[in-house]
Design a protein around this ligand. Sequence first.
Ligand SMILES: [Zn+2]
Length: 302
Amino acid sequence: MKRYLDSEFGVRMLDICHVCRKENSIIHIEGDADYCFKCFKKMLLDELGDKNVFEYSKYVTVREPNGTLHSFLVTHRMIGQMPAWEAVEQGGEYKFSNMSFANDNGTDVVCEFLDQVLRGISSKTLRYMDPNKLRARLADKGTVTVVESEDSLLEIGFVVDGEYFSGHEFVRLLAGYEGFNLRYQVHEPTEGTLLEDEYLVPTIITRELLTEEVREIIDKYTMKRYITTDLITKFEKDFAAAELKLKIFLNGEKRREAVAAGKEIVRMINRLESDSDQFPGKLIARLEKMIFPYGADERDFY
Ligand SMILES: [Zn+2]
C-alpha cells in the first residue's frame, strides 16, 4: 500500500523506494522520485558516472530516522579548481558544505555529501524538556553554528539542530550547567556535525608527534619503501586518523608549523612505491590540496 510522508515545506514523499519497492525511501529528488540510498547511488552512477566537474542545482528532500523531512537546495559548483557542495535547508536553518577534488569520483562524492547531510540532521544537540518542544537545553556535546544575527547586523546568533537562537536565547539553553566548564573547538563547516556517538577527546598535535605517527604507519605496511597492493587499503585506513589530525592542525592558529608537518608527510609518502597507478599519487594530490588549498602561490609563501 502506498503511504505518503508530508513535509512542512509541502514536499510529498512516498515511504518506499520507487525503484526496488522494498527499502524505505530516504531521499526525494524534486521532479524525479523517491529513493533508498542504494538505488539513489545506482541512479547517480547512470547519470553522473565518475565525473566530478559539473554544475548541479536540485531540490532534495531527506528523511531523518524519526520520519521528519527536510528540504534542501543542493548545489555543486566550481570554486577555482575545487568542486564545492552546498545544501541549504528551505524553511529551516540547516546548512552543510563540503569540498571535493577534481579527480575524485563524482558519484562517491555526492553520496558522501548526502551521507554527511543525513548524519548531520540525525545527530541532535538540543534536548527537549517537554513534549510540546517549548523548552530545550543543550546536550552535553554537539554542534552549534555561529551565524549573523537575524535582528541586528552588528550581533551574532546561533543555529542548533536547524533552529535559530538569538544570543540571549542561546544562553538560556545552557541553564542547568552552572558551575561546569564548556570546553570548545571551532571547526570549519566542511568538517561536519559531531555525530551521535562521537566525542571530542583531547589529543596533542605537534609537528614531531604527527610525523612520527605517519612514520610508524609507513613502517608497519611497507618493506624497503614498497607497499603491496593488498595493504594499501589498510594503510589508508590507518592513515585517515593522521590525516584528520593534520586537517585540524592546518585550520588552527599554528598554521606555519602545520604546513611544515604537512610538507614532511608529503615527502615521506612520496618516497613510497607500489604497483597501483593510483598510489601514492592520488593521496599526495589530496594532501597537497589540503595543505595549500589556494594552490601554488600559497606554496611559495611558506
Ligand atoms: Zn531502493
